[in-house]
Design a protein around this ligand. Structure first.
Ligand code: ADP
Ligand code: ADP
Length: 232
């Protein structure tokens, strides 16, 4: 379970202060596909970056399974980050590494090398349907295939949680549907909790069981997806 308690994030100070998050309170339960939906500039990325401490809240606390992680640093911070997978709109793959070596990268960081790492990475590539493209480079893949590699890489450390920041925003409708299906399978079959940041109502309605709507840094609505957006 992830809890945000009175989380505020202010960029700059004095006259230049910009309140990106204002007193955000949220609970994300294990197994949720939790949508954070809002317009551009609403604070979605700031919120998701606070969840793996790429940003520090200015005020408030973030708890994982009841443990306050807001002040973590050093080894404990790296450990937390390894347990929280993340995927992005632009895929953020290493262009100089093959598909396989993108997926082994997080394993190498944990000193898992050689055959064991290769085997684990191939299992993950199998899972995302790309085992036959293991020796290609990212530039030789379609956008949907690149996002599948990013998903395999994000799963390498067996995270309990995966943060998806506009993960389908750069993809066409059909590719979006197939990536959302894959994310849904990962949630249901591997039990990974998903936090899905999106500006797209159809994306939120397709896979999220709960959603929070954020506007100017404030959560303005929160609840079961059908209750917040109504049944189609
Ligand atoms: P600080 O901890 O010094 O207050 P912040 O986290 O507020 O730093 O800001 C991080 C950096 O991003 C700062 O150097 C700031 O100048 C810069 N920055 C300012 N405005 C923006 C913006 N709109 N988008 C991205 N970065 C910005
Ligand atoms: P979203 O992901 O919903 O588009 P963001 O979280 O990126 O929104 O940004 C929320 C607000 O915070 C925006 O007004 C943005 O300009 C501002 N902002 C984001 N990062 C920084 C930064 N590093 N420094 C200053 N302002 C920032």
């Amino acid at each position: 379970m992830i809890q945000l308690q009175h989380v505020c994030k202010t960029y700059g100070e004095g006259e230049n202060a910009h309140h990106a998050l204002r007193n955000v309170n949220l609970t994300i339960n294990d197994g949720d596909v939790f949508g954070i939906i809002g317009a551009s500039g609403a604070g979605k990325s700031t919120l998701v970056r606070c969840l793996n401490l790429l940003e520090r809240p200015t005020e408030g606390a973030i708890l994982y399974d009841g443990r306050d992680i807001t002040g973590l640093s050093g080894r404990a911070l790296l450990e937390l980050r390894s347990q929280v997978g993340m995927i992005f709109q632009n895929f953020s793959l290493f262009q100089q590494r093959t598909v396989l070596r993108n997926v082994t990268f997080p394993l190498e960081l944990r000193s898992e090398k050689g055959e064991a790492a290769r085997k684990r990475a191939m299992e993950l590539l199998e899972l995302v349907g790309l085992a036959d493209l293991a020796e290609r480079y990212p530039s030789q893949l379609s956008g949907g295939q690149q996002q599948r590699v990013a998903i395999a890489r994000a799963l390498a450390n067996n995270p309990k949680v995966m943060l998806c920041d506009e993960a389908t925003s750069a993809l066409d409708t059909r590719t979006t549907a197939s990536i959302l299906q894959l994310l849904q399978d990962i949630n249901r079959e591997l039990g990974v909790t998903l936090v899905v940041i999106t500006h797209s109502l159809p994306v939120a309605c397709k896979i999220c069981n709960r959603v929070a709507v954020i506007d100017h840094g404030r959560i303005v609505e929160e609840g079961a997806t059908a209750a917040v957006f109504g049944n189609p």
